[in-house]
Design a protein around this ligand. Structure first.
Ligand SMILES: Cc1cc2nc3c(=O)[nH]c(=O)nc-3n(C[C@H](O)[C@H](O)[C@H](O)COP(=O)(O)OP(=O)(O)OC[C@H]3O[C@@H](n4cnc5c(N)ncnc54)[C@H](O)[C@@H]3O)c2cc1C
Length: 333
């Protein structure tokens, strides 16, 4: 079985940058991502939202930053595995060397070190409590954003009153023929600027307080039945798509069983090294916790520098720190 220097679990921004840094500094790397797409929260949760606090950009959307990180990582040819969730990490000793088997439902990836960058874990959406929603999930009812072009010239209902619902409303509206946003309460909880932008967008209708009761259709979504909570009356609206924007439940899922020191939905690390409590296993990004931690992309990138330096020394104790990339020879341009 092939042995990589490092297996990186999770291909959000931090895991992607980890792949770049590992490869750049001579470590062979495999990146395993449970979703079919790379990019983590950037791609799955806020693809169209501009980020203003990533160094080098005065503003860049989640999707564009993800694409740049993917492009940068692919340049150095690490192995990418998508659509496989890591279920367990098993230590194996071969010729006195401690290795790890990183196991998914369909494959085992062996490595000398492991870098855990699982962020907030699996994105488990709060499901719509409406009859028929389960039946059409992935075919007219969505919780993770399908490609925005899907919504071109369609009638779309977005459900929810927080930032997830407001972000997706603003992302989908430019494509949709008509977008209706409903919320159970009159007051929305999301950012004031988003609410104002929604009010100013001509093809968005805001209906509150309204609740979604049923999603109906034959082979695809054709209509929704909603309740006007104020009057108590039911209304039927023709609809092509329903987007659940009720937010996500944080869940580390299988990572809780990997023998690491877990607190809540985080892994406790030593911030001097990003080492976990198990030898050769490191964690960075949103999942890594230590006093003073700030959950930002910029923080995660910095942690990667520390972790990759440590992993390099862990694998080859004669190596210390990280050379400046400008001093590296043979880097492909
Ligand atoms: C709406 C919103 C706006 C934000 N705005 C900003 C901002 O302006 N600036 C900023 O710095 N930060 C912002 N953030 C936070 C930022 O997105 C996170 O800090 C960042 O995504 C963390 O990156 P990560 O790689 O650690 O984790 P994630 O992006 O969460 O990626 C983790 C990846 O690991 C995968 N994974 C999980 N479990 C497994 C498993 N068992 N096997 C394989 N893969 C697994 C997940 O599918 C995911 O793709 C925002 C977040 C949200 C939700």
């Amino acid at each position: 079985m092939e042995v990589k220097d490092v297996v990186i679990i999770g291909a959000g921004p931090v895991g992607l940058f980890g792949a770049t840094m590992a490869s750049l500094h001579g470590l062979s790397a495999t990146v395993i991502e449970s979703l079919p797409e790379l990019g983590g929260q950037l791609y799955a949760l806020y693809p169209e939202k501009p980020i203003y606090d990533v160094a080098g950009f005065h503003g860049i959307t989640g999707k564009d930053l993800a694409l740049r990180l993917i492009d940068q990582a692919q340049h150095f040819s690490p192995t990418f595995v998508v659509g496989q969730a890591v279920e367990s990490i098993r230590p194996v000793e071969i010729e006195d060397e401690l290795l790890y088997d990183v196991v998914t439902a369909t494959a085992t990836h062996r490595s000398r070190a492991v870098l855990v960058t699982v962020g907030i874990g699996a994105f488990i959406p709060r499901k719509l409590p409406a009859e028929g929603a389960d039946h059409f999930e992935g075919n007219g009812v969505y919780y993770l954003m399908p490609p925005l072009d899907h919504f071109h010239d369609r009638k779309v209902l977005v459900v929810g009153g927080g930032d997830t619902a407001l972000d997706w409303t603003l992302a989908i509206a430019p494509k949709a023929r008509r977008l209706t946003l409903i919320h159970r309460r009159v007051q929305f909880r999301g950012q004031e600027a988003s609410i104002q932008q929604i009010e100013e967008t001509p093809n968005i209708d805001v209906k509150a307080p309204y609740a979604l009761l049923r999603v109906e259709g034959e082979s695809q979504v054709e209509r929704v039945v909603v309740k006007n909570i104020g009057s108590g009356e039911e209304e039927v609206w023709p609809m092509d798509d329903v987007v659940g924007g009720l937010g996500f439940l944080p869940s580390l899922g299988p990572a809780k069983t990997w023998g690491l020191h877990i607190e809540g939905n985080t892994i406790i690390v030593d911030p001097h090294s990003m080492a976990t409590t198990l030898p050769g296993i490191y964690a960075c990004g949103d999942v890594a916790q230590y006093p003073g931690k700030v959950k930002l992309i910029a923080t995660g990138f910095g942690e990667i520098g520390i972790a990759i330096a440590q992993i390099r020394t862990y694998i080859d104790p004669s190596k210390h720190g990280l050379p400046h990339s400008t001093n590296l020879k043979g880097v492909p341009l």
